[in-house]
Design a binder for this molecule. Structure first.
Ligand code: ADP
Length: 391
């Protein structure tokens, strides 16, 4: 069976065609600079040589169309059984579902939780429906992996009727990534056994920590929206709600202006005043910039705090895993987060950490808690879920 996994970003669009028998990638295509004077389209068939062309890609419709036109050179588009998406959140809908009109309405209802991502997905789904009207569109929601989180962990301290009326509670995100980490740890580091405790740290432009017990998420740091929990690149993370009211009053901010401050001007960028990218932050910090250091240390402390919280929730842990752009590439961040936790049986091996493996253990041989770096593979999770859905 052929399944196309579509991954729309705000100025890019990536997709991969898989044969589910053997989970082989037959075609991949990345379209960048959508809306620029010149686009960049890079594609390969069957892991062969990458070909790049640079046509103008006016909009999202052109991006998806060119990807399908190239695909058509070797595979008839009508042989594709389904298109799979890693969607973010919808009111009262989670799991892996067909993206029907009702589901799209439910995504629209919670648009405010993840405006940029949800809008891009809705646009892409609409275009696919136009170009491939007979092919089912299937979405795996990022909230799905956290569906077993129990009530005392997901309720907020607001009137219960608001939880009932509007669904205001913690949902959690990065579900595909944390699920992959649970799978990979079981497969590669725990003899094929998913019965273990994992603290999974997905640290990138957007970050979350997840407590996983026997393959199931039992708590995670993001809440009702992906704007909460750890600081993100430009998004706020946890913030005292009364500090927010005070700020709105003092600066006379409207809801739209407040949203802009919280989602585009806050987080690591907000504290550092330099950038939301940790490569810039580390450079500036090493050059002596104090605000960059403050951003770095604040982020690291948030992460340490969540690791501590989940050590309590899980009654210790067997593995701590770092994944995503920052987690996989910054020995300094990993060291700062896990520094001085020997009494909690967590001992980082500085030499292994500094070698910065693309994947592997970075704890000392005698550390009771194993620390690992694992590249995430969210597509694999979406592909598995869509395949299962279609069976
Ligand atoms: P996103 O979360 O934006 O989808 P990634 O998981 O790839 O994407 O994370 C990207 C982020 O990871 C960058 O913005 C940067 O902060 C961080 N990062 C990537 N490479 C490095 C590196 N070598 N050193 C420090 N930080 C890095």
């Amino acid at each position: 069976m052929l399944i196309l996994i579509a991954n729309p970003g705000s100025t890019s669009y990536k997709s991969k065609l898989f044969e589910t028998d053997g989970m082989k990638c037959l075609y991949q295509c990345s379209v960048e600079r959508i809306g620029d004077k010149q686009g960049i389209v890079t594609y390969t068939f069957n892991d062969g040589q990458a070909i790049t062309v640079e046509p103008v890609i006016e909009d999202y419709h052109s991006a998806i169309k060119i990807t399908l036109d190239i695909l058509q050179q070797q595979f008839p588009v009508d042989s594709i059984a389904a298109v799979g998406f890693k969607v973010v959140i919808a009111k009262d809908v989670s799991g892996c579902v067909e993206l029907t009109e009702d589901v799209l309405d439910a995504m629209n209802e919670y648009m405010v939780m993840a405006p940029v991502h949800t809008q891009v997905y809705l646009t892409a789904i609409e275009i696919f429906r136009d170009l491939m009207p007979d092919t089912p569109m299937i979405g795996l929601f990022e909230t799905a992996f956290h569906s077993a989180i129990t009530q005392e962990k997901y309720l907020y301290g607001i009137p219960y009727e608001f939880y009932r009326k509007y669904g205001i509670r913690k949902y959690g995100f990065h579900g595909a990534s944390h699920r992959y980490i649970a799978h990979r740890i079981a497969e590669q580091y725990n003899g094929g056994d998913s019965n273990c405790r994992i603290i999974s740290c997905h640290l990138g432009g957007s970050s979350s920590v997840c407590a996983i017990k026997n393959g199931v998420s039992i708590d995670t740091s993001m809440g009702m929206s992906p704007q909460s929990g750890l600081l993100n690149a430009k998004r706020v993370g946890d913030l005292d709600p009364f500090a927010l009211l005070y700020l709105m009053e003092k600066e006379n901010l409207s809801i739209a202006q407040t949203r802009e401050v919280l989602s585009d001007k806050s987080g690591v960028l907000g504290i550092s005043g330099i950038s939301g990218d940790f490569r810039d932050i580390e450079d500036a910090m090493l050059a002596g910039d104090l605000q960059a250091r403050a951003a770095f240390n604040t982020f690291a402390y948030y992460a340490k705090r969540y690791v501590g919280e989940y050590l309590a929730t899980l009654n210790s842990t067997d593995f701590i895993v770092f994944t995503a752009g920052l987690g996989q590439n910054s020995p300094l961040m990993r060291k700062t987060i896990l520094d001085n936790m020997g009494n909690l049986n967590i001992i980082l091996d500085d030499e292994k950490n500094n070698l910065n493996p693309s994947e592997g253990l970075i704890s000392t041989d005698d550390s009771p808690v194993k620390i690992a770096v694992i590249p995430t593979n969210e597509e694999w999770v979406v592909l598995q879920a869509v395949t299962q859905y279609l069976q």
